[in-house]
Ligand binder design. Structure first.
Ligand SMILES: Nc1ncnc2c1ncn2[C@@H]1O[C@H](COP(=O)(O)OP(=O)(O)OP(=O)(O)O)[C@@H](O)[C@H]1O
Length: 304
């Protein structure tokens, strides 16, 4: 069964499936003027593309994601998803947060069903059940549907969170540090789950992450945000690894080292600069360091 049964996608291969234009988020401050967290943030996302959004803590990554989700009011500028300007949350966009926040009195099946019923109230009971079961199976919980959150590990709970999101059959999947609380093995497993789902369902996705390896491994483009306030897109780096991606060959590819080095160099050196967005392909990457400098920098960033 395909998750597109109820609502077939019509905007295939749209190069500007998501258009974020001159986006601003400003909060009023006690002095009567605005604290502009994000300003002139511009980004177009292709249908089916996977974007990773990376930047220093507090620069405004989650702010951009929640505005795209429709959960945070847009102060200025706008966001178009599939030819429609967004003005609030909608089933075309689903979010997976760091904590899955499951209803403790409902089973995994019940938690996923909750969203399906509200988004597809007119689908038959059999169709709703089929969507829930399918979503739980593709995240690897086919045998644990009847379990309650307290009977599930942190990783399994996050799988339910992912199933709940994809069961809504969104066009855009938004991931806000979804693996931040998980151990590295579970994190890798869930990265693979997400990559598989996106390939299968042709979903467009954006992940906010602090993990440079994750940003490179998962994405088609890494978008690096400049430091706030007034944060915007500092640089964009295209990741030229074929899909489907195989973890071992990606991590052993010399380009992987160069991509992550470039991201780290941005975080260290350029993230305060705001101006014209620089776009990098594998042929024009800059900012290389030698291995010792890189190790030094990684240690510094992990302490910060
Ligand atoms: N309701 C609010 N009122 C005022 N300022 C806010 C509000 N919500 C967020 N901010 C500010 O917006 C800025 C960006 O926050 P945001 O959570 O988007 O950053 P982030 O890059 O996702 O951070 P992190 O990586 O640490 O999660 C921060 O300086 C934060 O203090």
């Amino acid at each position: 069964m395909s998750l597109q049964v109820l609502e077939p996608m019509t905007e295939k291969l749209n190069p500007k499936f998501v258009e974020i234009s001159n986006l601003v988020k400003a909060y009023p401050n006690p002095y009567g003027d605005d604290f502009r967290v994000v300003e002139d943030f511009n980004l177009n996302i292709r249908q089916g593309e996977f974007i990773s959004l990376i930047g220093h803590s507090g620069c405004g990554k989650s702010t951009v994601l929640t505005m795209l989700a429709g959960l945070n009011e847009i102060s200025d500028g706008g966001i178009i998803v599939g030819n429609r300007e967004i003005d609030g949350p909608g089933p075309d966009r689903a979010v997976v947060f760091q904590a899955p926040c499951l209803m403790p009195w409902l089973s995994a099946f019940g938690n996923v069903m909750l969203g399906v019923k509200s988004v597809y109230p007119h689908a038959s009971k059999a169709e709703q059940k089929q969507i829930v079961e399918h979503s739980l199976s593709i995240v690897g919980l086919g045998d644990s549907m009847k379990k309650y959150p307290k009977e599930l590990s942190g990783g399994m709970q996050q799988r339910v969170g992912i199933a709940r999101a994809i069961a809504l059959q969104p066009k855009v999947l938004l991931l806000d540090e979804p693996f931040g609380r998980l151990d590295s093995l579970t994190r890798m497993e869930l990265q693979d789950v997400i990559i598989d789902i996106l390939a299968r369902e042709n979903l467009t996705a954006l992940i906010v992450t602090h993990d440079v390896d994750e940003a490179v491994f998962m994405a088609d483009r890494c978008v690096m945000m400049s430091n706030g306030p007034k944060a915007g897109v500092g640089e964009i780096m295209e990741i030229d690894f074929p899909r489907p991606r195989d973890r071992e060959s990606v991590f052993n590819d010399p380009m992987f080292f160069q991509y992550r080095e470039h991201l780290l160099a941005f975080l260290e050196q350029r993230s305060h600069i705001k101006g014209e967005t620089r776009v990098h392909t594998k042929d024009n990457l800059t900012g290389y360091m030698n291995k010792a400098e890189l190790t030094n920098l990684e240690q510094k960033l992990s302490v910060a």
